[in-house]
Design a binder for this molecule. Sequence first.
Ligand SMILES: Nc1ncnc2c1ncn2[C@@H]1O[C@H](COP(=O)(O)OP(=O)(O)OP(=O)(O)O)[C@@H](O)[C@H]1O
Length: 264
Amino acid sequence: MSAVAFERVTLGYGGRRVLADVSFSIPQGAFVGLLGANGAGKTTMLRAILGLVGPASGAISVLGRPPTRGNPTIGYMPQARRALPHPGISGIDFVLTAAGGHRWGWPVATAAEKEAAWKALEEVGAADLARRPLAELSGGERQRILIAQALIGDPKLLLLDEPLISLDAAHQRVIIDLVHEVAERLGIAVLFCSHEINPLMRAVDRVLYLGNGKAAIGSVDEVINGPVLSRLYGTPITVMRVAGRIFVMADDIELEGAAHVHDV
Ligand SMILES: Nc1ncnc2c1ncn2[C@@H]1O[C@H](COP(=O)(O)OP(=O)(O)OP(=O)(O)O)[C@@H](O)[C@H]1O
């Protein structure tokens, strides 16, 4: 049984297609980098796995079952710009919202919910940060709290939407190593959405690259090369490796990294 399987899946909004006839599968416990240009459909794919966007055609399976909303086997970390309810909330109260310990806006967690929240915070080494307001934390510290929230309920699949956004290279490395270590220890498959392959190279088993409505999956070498990316971008792409880093270029413009902009 795969962690995630897409069989000839088409996704879109209204009549507008985002992905067309896409098939792939992700084994349990695999660490997969989900890449693609702005608007390629990364978030839409995560939303489909969460059961929030239904396929126009084809079949999606998540740990052997069709997607359902509120699936407890999935931990989801939305993009930070969409994630925070209000800045004054403390880390522990934020994590408790995922444990079900907030009702009508009040923290009325049961002992079991509190225990689950502190356990998740400890998994990511964030228990010391948890009583501080999220607004006071650095970007890297806040990402730890968001990852802790995604770990509530002992998921078997983690969907992380751009956890590296607005982090410097050193903090990116810390977050990737943390997710890698926790996922390996707990046997969790990870779909790690990023706009750049380089920071992920130390952790990924596979890359799932989206573009032009299509997807390619495989090792870094199998996917991040001129022929495959030219197909996904619909334009001639050159892939260069310099000092262990990969540069994806169309004409003289670097496509990954600098070209990928978010309104953070
Ligand atoms: N709720 C929606 N209704 C209509 N169109 C949408 C909706 N959400 C996303 N889209 C469109 O679907 C396409 C894919 O968007 P999506 O957010 O999945 O891309 P992405 O790869 O995650 O992009 P980014 O890297 O910018 O976050 C885009 O063209 C976007 O405008």
